[in-house]
Design a protein around this ligand. Structure first.
Ligand code: GDP
Ligand code: ADP
Length: 211
């Protein structure tokens, strides 16, 4: 007999993407701080570590040879080359976590999002943030104060090409005001958790109810 206490939820893969500067990091931090069922998926990368970054927390930093070996051994759920560097999502931690009901937040580009969706379709929820206007995007990039005007100009060009992938996402929302955007994104996460496909044990439970 399958009682309702045997029902439990499979974790989901929550992809949050945006053109650089639209507020993905801001919303992701709030989500991780407010919700204890979701953890960041830490990617492997060949890009050099930046000041202030922590190996194992921001990324697992590695060299090209090790990365290639991991590709050959099929250790990535997805991987991509972004601006000359390699980035990939290690498979092991995610697979085990999902089974235990752990949700993961992904900061990956559109290529990775596509691959992830092809491989893990029902586990993946794709959310894309847009800036309220192109002028506001530029203000935010400049206001962050981390980049030179040349880098800001380059990021603006990249932003236009990133925005062109908006239709590869399940949800698209504008980051106008941080609080209301966060509430909308958190609302999506909370609703998505309730999907029938994530409730393991439901088939047996319902079958017993109908006996
Ligand atoms: N496909 C894929 N993209 C990733 C992964 N990790 C990071 N990225 C993307 O790589 C791009 C560059 O990231 P990063 O080097 O941190 O630089 P920044 O986001 O431009 O400051 C961003 O668009 C990330 O979303 C990954 O594991 N897979
Ligand atoms: N809704 C918002 N309104 C005003 N400023 C914002 C908003 N969301 C983010 N910002 C600011 O815009 C800048 C870029 O945000 P960030 O989260 O770093 O973007 P991304 O991770 O997408 O590159 C930061 O200075 C951040 O504080």
């Amino acid at each position: 007999m399958a009682g309702f206490d045997t029902l439990h939820r499979r974790g989901l893969m929550f992809v949050l993407s945006s053109p650089s500067g639209a507020g993905k990091t801001t919303i992701a931090r709030k989500l991780l701080g407010a919700d204890n069922q979701i953890a960041m998926s830490v990617s492997v990368t060949t890009r050099p570590m930046r000041p202030g970054e922590v190996d194992g927390k921001d990324y697992h930093f590695t060299d090209r040879e090790t990365f290639q070996r991991m590709v050959d051994n099929d250790e990535f759920l997805e991987w991509a080359i972004v601006f000359d560097h390699f980035y990939g999502t290690p498979r092991a931690q995610i697979k085990a976590g999902l089974k235990d009901g752990q949700d993961f937040l992904f900061d990956i580009d559109w290529q990775g999002t596509q691959q992830l969706h092809q491989r893990m379709e029902t586990d993946v929820v794709r959310v894309f943030l847009l800036p309220p206007s192109i002028e506001e995007l530029e203000r935010r990039l400049a206001g962050r104060g981390t980049d030179t005007p040349e880098v800001v100009a380059d990021r603006m060009n990249r932003a236009r090409s990133e925005i062109s992938h908006w239709d590869g996402y399940d949800y698209v929302t504008v980051n106008d005001d941080v609080e209301s955007c966060f509430e909308r994104v958190h609302g999506i996460l909370k609703s998505e958790r309730k999907r029938r496909a994530r409730q393991t044990g439901l088939v047996d439970f319902v079958r017993d109810l109908m006996r």
